[in-house]
Design a protein around this ligand. Structure first.
Ligand code: AMP
Length: 407
């Protein structure tokens, strides 16, 4: 059974009743029993449909739920540079465009107009595939996260990310950070990051403000501006002489609270590290970079993982969970208390995993309070089930704070 993703109203699955092999090469072949999986395109507007059918290609089509007649469908077809919208009427359990020919379901209707224009501007040739960028782009328009490029001023480059430059911007008089991407190939990963961010809101998570999708393919993710940059650079540049115990514990708690929130929402970050925590103008640490964040229990390619931060079971068996985030949090605590040192100093990278798997744990950073070191070590239980939850970690850190065990 083949699953074809096409631009159909959401929640609809059409089962093909007949075999249809197409008469020309570009025809969409349906086979009996094929399931056309309808991707999430609920009630898109006429304008959005026209955007989706751009650039013009005669015979390119999609079916959307009508905005004027809820419950009815509209067939949108590109023809000679224009998009025609045909209302599909639903009457007595049958569908029809011209009230002459009636169909049992959308699938039959599409089959009919694929083999013969029968009064339409053209026959249907190619369903608009709604995967990846285009679908995501439209998703942002519909969910209200799309911002207007005209209102954004890009001021200066402030960082380099995996996907492209990060710039300081001005959006309606507010300072914002803008991740810019001009390469279509990475746009999907970029949009995946943004779509995760739309679901999460916490004072210790870097807040998404919106997304800009340019006609010519440029993509921008706009987030709150974190004036003091990444935590690892912040720790390294200020160092021991500037940052006291209170400050280190405050950063630890800030991150822990964000992680407790993610834990409560069943999100696994997978790349928690001081380089992915940013510091605001008023010294609040916020977790950023949700590029790898996935809903709990999914698996991923272990090829590109930050070995020194990743739990052994995640490296070995791709077992990512909140508990593997807890392991990384332990490493992040070590980074904080060592003022941004690279973990496992003096151990060659290739030796880190074998040693860790045998139970090796880093020593406490110089001057690290024993109570904090205990918290770190608990995060590094080889048995993931033995590691504390973020809720427990937050309680432990708060206990240290109130009993001034950190000085
Ligand atoms: P990233 O692509 O998230 O790894 O970001 C690369 C670098 O850009 C970071 O290390 C920061 O220095 C900077 N950066 C990213 N996001 C922001 C932000 N929201 N505010 C300020 N600087 C940022």
């Amino acid at each position: 059974m083949s699953a074809i993703q096409a631009a159909w109203p959401s929640g609809t699955e059409c089962i093909a009743k007949y075999n249809f092999h197409g008469t020309a090469e570009q025809d969409l072949p349906f086979c009996k029993g094929d399931v056309l999986t309808i991707v999430a395109v609920t009630k898109i507007t006429r304008e959005q449909a026209e955007r989706l059918l751009y650039p013009p290609e005669t015979g390119l089509f999609l079916v959307r739920e009508s905005t004027n007649y809820p419950g009815d469908y509209t067939l949108c077809v590109s023809c000679d540079g224009k998009v025609e919208h045909y209302r599909i009427m639903y009457h007595a359990s049958k569908l029809s465009i011209d009230e002459e020919v009636y169909f049992e379901n959308l699938m039959q209707l599409v089959e009919h107009y694929t083999s013969d224009a029968d009064g339409l501007c053209t026959r249907l040739i190619k369903p608009k595939v709604m995967e990846g960028t285009v679908a995501a782009q439209d998703e942002f328009y519909r969910s209200g996260w799309a911002l207007n490029m005209k209102e954004l001023k890009l001021l200066q480059t402030i960082g380099k990310g995996e996907f492209g430059d990060v710039m300081l911007g001005d959006y309606r008089g507010n300072k914002v950070a803008v991740k810019c991407i001009k390469n279509d190939a990475t746009a999907q990963a970029f949009l995946a990051e943004a779509s995760v961010m739309t679901q999460l809101r916490h004072s210790n998570l870097v807040q998404l403000l919106g997304v800009i999708v340019e006609e010519k393919g440029g993509l921008y993710i706009v987030t709150e501006y974190m004036a003091k940059g990444s935590l690892v650079d912040y720790l390294r540049s200020r160092g021991r002489s500037v940052l006291g115990g209170d400050c280190l514990l405050k950063f630890s708690l800030d991150v822990c609270e964000a992680m407790e929130y993610l834990e409560g929402n069943n999100f696994v970050h997978r790349d928690l590290a001081a380089r992915n925590v940013l510091v605001s103008e008023d010294n609040v640490a916020k977790v950023s970079d949700f590029g790898l964040t996935k809903e709990a229990s999914s698996t991923q390619d272990t090829g590109k993982l930050p070995v020194k931060w990743t739990a052994p079971e995640a490296l070995r068996e791709k077992k990512f969970s909140t508990k593997s985030d807890v392991w990384s949090f332990g490493i992040l605590l070590w980074e904080i208390y060592s003022f941004g040192r690279v973990p496992y100093p003096r151990i060659p990278l290739k030796d880190v995993v074998p040693r860790v798997e045998k139970g090796y744990k880093m020593d406490a950073p110089d001057g690290c309070p024993p109570a904090v070191y205990e918290v770190m070590k608990n995060c590094w239980h080889l048995d993931a089930a033995m590691r504390p939850s973020f809720l427990q970690l937050r309680e432990q850190l708060e206990h240290i704070k109130t009993h001034e065990l950190h000085l």
